[in-house]
Design a protein around this ligand. Structure first.
Ligand code: NAD
Length: 256
């Protein structure tokens, strides 16, 4: 137990693995976790050079694992390489995700499967892989999944994404029910509309951009920085009695 309540938020001595670590929210979380004291492992399809440089700038420790998270055969290698990087992994941050915008009437099975595979099925099986280790060594762990406003709403022209992110909330609850007794906290963060690659098309569409902005009580798009308080909280001892919950960081969007 930490000495002061503020110390409960420290990630000193912990190791965090973040998927989709080369850009956007995932990159932000890597830097935030390094600043909070954790060793950070970034999993990505492409180079994490920029993330590595940002972490070096705050004197953090970072290792990269190159993997395509649409392929389940990479899971054992990720676990092995992650354990070899800094010793035990304590925090799994399931951030990687894709979105495909298309009228529901035109969605192909291939595109549907691509979104469900990365956003939903990989979240489950990567969580399973680390939880198996954690249940064996009985030292517990933290899993944080990235949900979405479309975990609660249907969205427009993104049915596979809405399905996958709705499932993330269900997976978060289901895993919390089974694993909380093993000192594994499973929670999710539902970001609102954040200025990253994920929303580039929306933000470049003047009409959709205006519709969205006018509905956000905070009156602005979110930034990766807006997510970091919640990300650190859910990875830290401060959230040890928070289980199976999806925390919205949305400038008030869901309250509207
Ligand atoms: P982003 O597109 O910059 O990040 C997505 C990340 O996932 C990238 O690093 C990408 O390389 C990685 N990724 C995708 N497919 C992968 C694969 N097959 N293998 C390995 N990595 C893969 O956008 P972002 O906004 O930072 O998105 C991060 C997460 O946040 C996603 O799950 C997204 O759905 C979610 N999200 C974003 C917003 C938003 O407004 N930006 C809102 C709600 C949820």
């Amino acid at each position: 137990m930490a000495n002061s309540y503020l110390d409960m938020f420290s990630l000193e001595g912990k190791t965090a693995l973040v998927t989709g670590a080369n850009t956007g929210l995932g990159q932000g979380v890597c830097v935030a976790y390094a600043q909070a004291g954790a060793n950070v492992i970034g999993v990505a399809r492409r180079s994490c050079q920029e993330t590595a440089e940002k972490i070096a700038a705050v004197s953090g420790r970072f290792e990269e694992i190159r993997a395509d998270l649409s392929d389940f055969s990479v899971i054992p290698r990720i676990v092995t390489e992650a354990n070899a990087a800094f010793g035990r992994v304590d925090i799994l941050f399931n951030n990687a995700g894709i979105i495909k915008r298309c009228d529901a009437a035109e969605v192909t099975e291939e595109d549907w499967d691509a979104v469900i595979t990365v956003n939903q099925k990989m979240v489950f099986f990567l969580s399973q892989a680390f939880a198996r280790e954690w249940m064996q060594d009985q030292k517990g762990g933290k899993i944080i999944n990235i949900a979405s406003m479309l975990s609660f709403q249907g969205g427009i022209r993104v049915p596979s994404y809405a399905a996958s992110k709705s499932a993330v909330v269900g997976i978060t609850r289901a895993l919390a029910n089974e694993w909380s007794g093993h000192h594994i906290n499973v929670n999710a963060i539902a970001p609102g509309y954040m200025a990253t690659n994920n929303t580039a098309n929306l933000r470049s569409d003047d009409q959709r951009s205006e519709e969205i902005l006018s509905r956000i009580p905070a009156g602005r798009w979110g930034t990766p920085e807006d997510l970091m308080g919640a990300a650190i909280f859910l990875a830290s001892e401060a959230s040890s009695y928070v289980n199976g919950f999806t925390l919205a960081v949305d400038g008030g969007w869901l309250a509207r």
